[in-house]
Design a protein around this ligand. Structure first.
Ligand code: PRX
Length: 651
């Protein structure tokens, strides 16, 4: 972390302060700082208060039972997530309110009221039942950003099936790995999805995956591919593959919501870790919904007249919590978009903000940095005056991007909520409250009320700079890793006693604000997406020409970080540009395009300790062009000089 400290010191000298505007504060869901004390005085009562705003078929008997590292929240309570996102609002008289407003990349639109969405979800839930899906079964969802992705998720929750959403950009091999790890019974895919003017052939990818997914009994195919649909229709496998629209048309719209135990599994979402194998993060029902509901309400300050837009793909946790479950459980008016932000031009998102009167906009710093590079003229062409709150998530936001977001997009009047959290935390953990917190560019500020965080050193003592730690269980915490309890304990709970280790470095300033420094493990954050270096290394080594590979992160102006790979080839394989290209493609095929290394350096040897461990720290120094740290433990110190020379050539 030494190299980051310099830039952090620069950050900490950031003098600018942004108190909530008075007009915002006056109408904010939370405007009294007393909420922090109230939550701290009785955390369980505080969370129970949020939970009681949801609908429970049966009340819980105990708020929290904590047998570290196993937490149970709202014990014996019974509820259903789709009921809370849909039925509840319809029964409260809001059936004709628009729940989902969707725009496809070609410009086509669809909207669903809460009643219509409930109808579609019930039909599809019945269709899933008809395919033999029962409570506890796993269903993989591999769809683009179309309304059916929300319908499919909600339909699973309605009948108690466990969904595993796989981002559409992942390769067939990643998809089959996830199908197999979860032993999924049904796959829901689209024939295609629009991205920058062309249709991505998703069903073809799914078919490749299906050849290696023996547990999948049925594939439900959503027609979205335009001309591709005909071709896909002709190739559906009889008995296995079914059109979504046929199933929904034939199904009954009457499907009572299954009362689920608060601790029943709601979904599994795979994310990268420090080994070659992604882990299935397990979330349960009552605690998860409580915290996504609470944070959506309090952090995004949801009111009935808001038009809310989170640009994340549903394939990531942000899409789960803040496109689908958080906003819908809050009866929000949600905007969803299918395609690229620069299609047909770089003003697309801002034109949509104007067209739909977006009031709350939540995106990632990597996107903000792209918008900055594209120039002010694009947002300048749109009327963004309805915007009143901006959010950021996924990586530290640099103050320059923060200020640009504040001035150019927010017209200096919108508070910015920089929200720190993870797939594992399920919901926002460290964040400003927009009606209360004085923000500073670059810091996620303070833990959400009811969340206990700290900064600790290796020994577990509190310090002002070190590792971020979460010191008490929280409702939406992961309950485990699918099928791998040992990995759950080892990854998150072995550093300190009964304290969660998120894997991030952090520092605290004189106001107690948290400044997140980024990952301290072998997980990278590329354009806001988590990628494990080991996963990419395994993909590279899988190629017949590769003997050994080491992958490290390298800073990037737009993406935050990119991957740099150092590769040793087997003797019979000479280095060439063609091989370099082939290796990038190979990684794309094994994992997905997001994992392709930005640069690959062929080298005769890698810097290793005498015991044979690759010294990634040195490789990071080389990739970043820094003075190389201590090399005394190297088996062959000359390797570093050779590598530096090679790397300089590549750059
Ligand atoms: O390093 C932190 C970074 O993203 C990681 C979590 O990635 P993922 O599970 O994919 O979830 C991303 C969306 C919630 C964290 O360990 N991160 C996320 N938000 C922030 C952040 N780093 C700094 N500031 C943030 N606001």
């Amino acid at each position: 972390m030494s190299s980051d400290s310099g830039s952090l010191d620069a950050l900490l000298s950031e003098e600018r302060r942004f108190p909530p505007p008075a007009a915002f504060r006056a109408h904010a869901v939370l405007h009294d700082p007393e909420v922090y004390e109230r939550a701290a005085a009785d955390r369980e009562a505080y969370w129970a208060d949020w939970a009681s705003q949801l609908h429970w078929f049966e009340p819980w008997r105990e708020v929290l039972r904590w047998n570290p590292p196993q937490a149970q929240w709202f014990l014996e309570g019974k509820l259903n997530v789709s009921y809370n996102c849909l039925d509840r609002h319809v029964l409260d008289g809001h059936g004709s309110r628009v729940a989902l407003l969707w725009e496809g990349e070609p410009g086509d639109t669809r909207s669903y009221t809460y009643r219509q969405l409930l109808d579609e979800v019930c039909r599809f839930a019945n269709a899933l039942k008809g395919l033999g899906v029962a409570k506890g079964d796993r269903v993989t969802i591999y769809l683009p950003m179309i309304p059916e992705v929300a319908v499919a998720m909600l339909a699973c929750t309605r009948i108690g099936a466990i969904h595993s959403v796989v981002f559409g950009g992942f390769s067939p091999e990643s998809l089959s790995d996830r199908n197999n790890d979860a032993a999924a019974k049904v796959l829901i895919a689209a024939d295609g999805g629009w991205r920058r003017g062309t249709v991505v052939p998703l069903k073809a990818h799914a078919d490749d995956a299906l050849a290696k997914s023996p547990t999948i009994e049925h594939v439900v195919v959503v027609a979205r591919g335009g001309d591709l649909s005909k071709q896909v229709g002709a190739s559906l496998k009889p008995g296995r593959d079914l059109w979504y629209h046929d199933l929904v048309a034939a199904a009954s719209p009457d499907c009572p919501a299954e009362p689920m135990d608060a601790e029943d599994t709601l979904f599994v979402l795979y994310t990268s870790g420090t080994t070659g194998k992604p882990k299935g993060v397990v979330h349960t029902t009552g605690g998860y919904l409580t915290q996504v509901y609470a944070t959506t309400r309090a952090v995004f300050d949801i009111h009935d007249d808001d038009v809310y837009w989170c640009t994340a793909d549903v394939g990531w946790i942000t899409g789960h919590s803040y496109v689908v479950y958080g906003p819908l459980s809050n009866r929000a008016h949600v905007l969803m978009y299918e395609g690229g932000p620069d299609w047909p031009d770089r003003g697309r998102l801002w034109q949509m903000c104007e067209r739909y009167g977006v009031t709350i906009f939540y995106t990632a710093p990597t996107a903000i940095r792209s918008f900055m590079r594209w120039g002010e003229e694009w947002p300048g062409k749109a009327d963004l005056s309805r915007l009143r709150l901006l959010g950021s998530v996924g990586e530290p936001i640099n103050p320059e991007a923060w200020i640009w977001y504040h001035e150019v997009i927010g017209g200096t009047r919108c508070p910015i909520v920089d929200t720190w959290w993870q797939t594992e935390t399920g919901a926002i953990m460290i964040t400003p409250l927009p009606g209360i917190t004085v923000t500073k560019p670059g810091t996620a500020t303070l833990p959400f009320p009811g969340i206990d965080a700290a900064i600790k050193n290796e020994a577990g003592e509190e310090t002002s700079a070190g590792y971020l730690a979460i010191t008490s269980p929280w409702p939406s915490m992961l309950r485990g890793i699918w099928g791998d309890d040992a990995r759950y304990r080892q990854t998150y709970w072995s550093k300190w006693k009964d304290t969660y280790f998120p894997g991030d470095g952090a520092k605290r300033d004189e106001d107690g604000y948290y400044w997140i420094l980024g990952r301290v493990d072998d997980v990278l954050n590329v354009a806001g997406h988590r990628i494990g270096t080991m996963e990419v290394e395994s993909a590279l080594v899988d190629h017949p020409a590769v003997a050994e590979a080491a992958v490290v992160g390298k800073k990037h102006d737009i993406k935050g970080e990119v991957l740099a790979a150092f590769v040793t080839l087997k003797e019979k394989h000479p280095a060439s540009d063609a091989l370099l290209k082939e290796l990038r493609e190979h990684v794309g095929k094994k994992i997905g395009a997001i994992a392709k290394p930005d640069m690959i350096v062929f080298t005769a040897d890698l810097p290793k300790t005498r015991s044979g461990k690759i010294m990634r720290r040195l490789l990071r120094d080389i990739a970043e062009g820094r003075a190389v740290g201590d090399t005394t433990t190297l088996a062959d110190p000359a390797v570093v000089r050779r590598l530096q020379a090679l790397y300089a050539e590549e750059e």
